[in-house]
Design a protein around this ligand. Structure first.
Ligand code: MD3
Ligand code: FE
Length: 218
């Protein structure tokens, strides 16, 4: 496995927060002290709402496998993208958000300058090696005054962070296990994506990357 640039540094040598753009802050390794609790939460959620490959409105099967927890879950099918209170696979409400998820999301948002963040949706994305997420905007939430908080776990990935237009040049940001990003303010509607994940095995997740995105969707 190839260690990323930051693995060469001691954790306490990492800057606590790195501004990426107006409103966007990278909190390197922020979730590490809680990684096992967070992954136990993921296991608990996906036991009730299994990861699945959604179909885009255009009819393509997404390579990233997804599930949700919280009051609302993001879903896609031939009719479009939306938030739904129920898992369409089971017809049941999505599993509750584990307390450790809510706590992490609120603490990270606070560190990024957003006091009082109480997400009602957590999307769980699982990337196997070779899997990518093409450039897109997140605009199914209806209001954009709250940030999105993302947590990377397991295999590293290169994140593409573009601008307000699809054609704007994208920065490449390596994200490693435990990295948290708070995407608020003007960055909230920027285009973004994930390059194909490289082969590897992580001690806690095995051969995959898990990303959590916390949102206020309702
Ligand atoms: C920047 N997920 O689920 S998280 C997504 O790694 C998604 O699974 C990626 O994009 C992943 O929609 C990236 C980081 C992220 C999430 C939302 C953003 C970055 C963002 C919204 C605006 C700008
Ligand atoms: Fe996104």
């Amino acid at each position: 496995m190839t260690p990323d640039l930051f693995d060469a540094l001691e954790d306490d040598a990492l800057p606590a927060t790195q501004p990426l753009a107006p409103g966007a802050v990278l909190l390197r390794r922020f979730a590490r002290p809680r990684d096992e609790v967070l992954l136990a939460g993921v296991a608990q959620v996906i036991a009730q709402a299994p990861l699945r490959h959604l179909v885009t409105p255009g009819g393509f099967r997404m390579s990233v496998a997804m599930s949700n927890c919280g009051g609302l879950g993001w879903v896609s099918d031939r009719s479009g993208y939306r938030y739904d209170a129920k898992d369409p696979e089971s017809g049941r409400p999505w599993p509750a958000m584990p307390a450790a998820f809510l706590d992490l999301a609120a603490t990270a948002a606070q560190a990024g300058g957003f006091e009082g963040f109480a997400p009602d949706a957590c999307l769980i994305n699982r990337y196997e090696p070779g899997t990518r997420l093409s450039l897109h905007q997140d605009r199914d939430e209806g209001h954009y005054d709250w940030p999105i908080v993302s947590v990377s776990m397991g295999l590293p990935a290169v994140f593409l962070f573009g601008g307000g237009r699809r054609s704007d040049k994208a920065q490449r940001i390596p994200l490693a296990h435990g990295d948290v990003v708070v995407w608020g303010g003007p960055s909230r509607l920027h285009y973004h994506g994930v390059l194909p994940v490289k082969e590897g095995v992580h001690p806690l997740t095995g051969p995959c990357r898990i990303n959590l995105t916390f949102r206020k969707a309702g």
